[in-house]
Design a protein around this ligand. Structure first.
Ligand SMILES: Cc1ncc(COP(=O)(O)O)c(C=O)c1O
Length: 446
């Protein structure tokens, strides 16, 4: 059932979106793996390795922080083998993946973490997974540091590509997440021909491409070995989503956003020369990303009549019961000033704005995430401490306050909390620090 040299995922030549005359660019379609993504290879190898080492066996439960795809593979293999999965993950991961994980039987803990879990964040998904792993019966396979992750690609992805290209591959390109794909496949291909160029593609800071990590986020990953790669390039969300649309419409290939990101990078890094045969990993397909599509092509997702009273971002995915309840609470307040857009907050805190009307910006993320980057002048009152540290809030209940979190969700909760304390002029930053960075606003470190 799992792919291997004899039963590989297909590679197809890309024609219409490739402007080259000589170089041939192939996509390796990883959604042909049984649970829909390149990560099925990793899930299978993590389990095999842990069983062989005696770390995992009957009666154990799995816990793993994931951006979704590893969780989907582990959930399904766990169902088959009798290992229930618990997965702490970011609420920024597409709703489609979170809901399907629950549908498959996984126990999902949603957190206000970044889109890709940050290994150092004490209150992020990875720390939560480590904490759970200390409980009896739980085993964490840790795709972020486990060599069985690249080894999955050394054993399967590399040999498949070598055989499918009859040893003629000259360039291998992958998007960078945990870096298991580039590291393991690259090592195999270079073991066959040290001249094969191994190239990595990563998204811009503050990106909205599930599964991959910005340059800063890559620095936190133990399987990122830049010295083993021959080149790396950054790609913007805009370029990736635009090419994603073209791949689907012009090539009839149902590629997801990270595939298009990798291809944008390949088209910039690979030379258009005779004899060039490049293979790009297409990690998963577009069907899991309806909510991402709605953010990047809002014109494709008109809201149902009357559903956007607060001017929010339309989304095609059905909200969870929790989100519905929360949205109702916000709606019930009937206050159009409950949230503030990035562009408006930027004007309000600009040096030119009168000091008296400048809002106090409160970042409610964990301290380390705040330290890493925050809205200039923001103070940090983590959500978990807020009720203990109420005395640090302004005495004046009319003071203008803006709450900021990672993605604009937890700041809404804290906005309501402050309102319950009597603050009349408190708003939540729409889209959180992620949107602030995407809109290229300045940030401060501390
Ligand atoms: C959609 C998607 N693209 C790309 C990647 C990156 O692969 P890797 O983690 O092997 O670097 C992932 C990993 O989760 C993914 O889910």
């Amino acid at each position: 059932m799992l792919s291997n040299e004899e039963n590989p995922t297909p590679i197809v030549r890309l024609n219409r979106v490739v402007p080259f005359k000589h170089a041939r660019i192939y996509a390796k379609l990883e959604w042909y793996n049984p649970f829909g993504a390149v990560k099925d290879r990793v899930a299978a190898n993590l389990i095999r390795d842990a069983e062989e080492k005696g770390r995992l066996g009957p009666g154990n439960k799995l816990v793993e922080a994931t951006s979704g795809n590893t969780g989907l593979g582990l959930a399904m293999m766990g169902n088959a083998l009798g290992y229930p999965l618990r997965t702490p993950l970011s609420a920024a991961i597409p709703q489609e993946k979170r809901t399907v994980l629950r549908f498959l039987g996984a126990d999902v803990d949603e957190l206000d973490d970044t889109l890709c879990p940050a290994p150092g964040a004490p209150e992020g998904a990875i720390a939560k997974a480590h904490a759970t792993a200390k409980q009896p019966g739980y085993v964490m396979l840790d795709q972020y540091s486990n060599e069985a992750n690249p080894d999955a690609h050394f054993r399967t992805t590399g040999p498949e590509i070598w055989r499918q290209t009859e040893g003629k591959i000259t360039h291998f390109i992958a998007g960078l997440g945990t870096c298991g794909t580039i590291t393991g496949t690259g090592r195999f291909l270079k073991s066959k021909n040290s001249g094969v160029k191994v190239l990595g593609v990563y998204p811009e800071e503050g990106h909205d491409i599930p599964g991959v990590r910005s340059k800063r986020q890559l620095g936190q990953t133990k399987l990122y070995f830049p010295k083993e790669y021959d080149g790396e390039i950054e790609v913007t969300d805009r370029d990736a989503y635009d090419l994603c649309l073209r791949l689907n419409r012009e090539e009839s290939i149902v590629a997801g956003p990270s595939c298009a990101m990798a291809l944008v990078g390949a088209l910039k890094l690979v030379p258009d020369e005779p004899g060039v045969i490049a293979v790009v990993i297409f990690a998963d397909n577009i069907f899991k990303y309806a909510s991402s599509v709605c953010r990047h092509f809002p014109e494709l997702c008109p809201p149902p009549p009357g559903s956007l009273a607060d001017g929010g971002t339309p989304t095609m995915a059905a909200p969870s019961a929790h989100e519905r309840l929360f949205d109702e609470m916000v709606e019930n307040l009937k206050n159009p000033y409950d949230s503030v857009a990035v562009s408006d907050l930027a004007k309000e805190i600009d040096g030119a704005a009168p000091a008296a009307s400048r809002p106090l910006v409160i970042d409610v993320r964990p301290q380390d995430q705040y330290a890493d980057m925050h809205v200039p002048g923001a103070i940090n009152l983590p959500q978990s401490d807020l009720s203990k540290r109420k005395t640090e809030l302004p005495a004046d209940r009319n003071a203008p306050i803006v709450m900021v979190c990672g993605i604009g969700k937890f700041s809404k909760h804290t906005t309501l909390f402050l309102k319950s304390l009597g603050y009349r002029n408190v708003r939540s930053l729409k889209g959180g620090i992620g949107e602030w960075v995407r809109k290229q606003q300045p940030v401060e470190k501390s």
